[in-house]
Write a protein that binds this ligand. Structure first.
Ligand SMILES: C[S@@+](CC[C@H](N)C(=O)[O-])C[C@H]1O[C@@H](n2cnc3c(N)ncnc32)[C@H](O)[C@@H]1O
Length: 243
């Protein structure tokens, strides 16, 4: 199973070292293509990419729409995005899920490999911000690592995924020093263990967490694609669209 998960992640996620030496991730062209298909952008759409990083997805959106905006909190990443996407019609804003620094409306919001980084206590506000910025017929295409099965009841699978993700997503030195030595070999790590022993901002979130948060913001999951049990793309729309 782990070999399959490795090959899925290799296909969709580049694991990079940024210029300042930090580990980071970037959407591959195949992932960008998958997100873009879900977004189904037309030329008149205003598109916002939140947490645009170095702008792979933003660049693709800008080829399909007249107005594309990349929002990113990190100044160095913004500068790198501008450099890599010179010649493309993209507006960049220093902002975040918590505070976009953008007041107009958007037809489509996209975001890839970012939402798990939003602090637990800010997740609902971040989704409310998306809801506020979207036009009534708008959609939010969210690609991220999230637990896509019933983690509370399927402990065996959660244990396997949890151990895999801890090793895969933690910087190697931190994993080696602070995590690996404390993982007990015989123990089945449950969803409740994660909540009991891990700081909230390091919890993985599940599809049902997402459904609960969205319900509080007048949003719902209109469509979902799972690449594997912990990674996929959601199409999120406003509840008024369901009526
Ligand atoms: C793993 S990179 C993904 C970059 C890009 N979206 C991609 O798929 O290639 C995560 C990006 O999210 C940004 N980020 C982190 N916290 C954020 C937040 N709260 N709101 C928006 N962006 C955030 C980081 O600065 C980083 O550029």
């Amino acid at each position: 199973m782990i070999i399959t998960w490795d090959s899925i992640l290799d296909k969709y996620v580049h694991n990079l070292t940024s210029p300042d030496g930090r580990n980071t991730f970037e959407s591959t062209p195949i992932l960008v293509e998958n997100i873009s298909q879900k977004a189904n952008i037309t030329n008149s759409d205003t598109v916002i990419d939140i947490g645009c990083g170095w702008g792979n997805l933003t660049r693709n959106c800008s080829l399909q729409s007249m107005r594309t905006i990349g929002i990113e909190p990190n100044v160095e990443n913004l500068e790198e995005a501008k450099k890599r996407n010179a010649g493309y019609d993209i507006q960049y804003i220093q902002g975040s899920f918590e505070c976009f620094n953008y007041d107009n409306k958007a037809d489509i919001v996209v975001s890839s490999l970012v939402f798990h980084q939003v602090k637990h206590s800010c997740k609902i506000q971040a989704l409310k911000n998306v809801k506020n910025i979207l036009k009534n017929s708008g959609r939010f295409i969210l690609c991220d690592t999230m637990i896509m099965f019933d983690a509370e009841n399927d402990s065996q699978q959660f244990n396997e995924v949890y151990r895999y993700l801890l090793a895969k997503t933690t910087p190697p030195d931190i994993y080696k020093k602070f995590i690996a030595p404390y993982l007990q070999s015989e123990h089945i790590y449950t969803w409740n263990d994660m909540k009991k022993f891990t700081p909230k901002d390091n919890w993985f979130y599940s599809l049902s967490d997402m459904q609960n948060w969205l319900a509080k913001c007048g949003l719902y999951i209109a469509d979902k694609v799972s690449f594997c049990p912990f990674f996929g793309i959601l199409t999120i729309a406003g509840l008024e669209e369901e009526l």
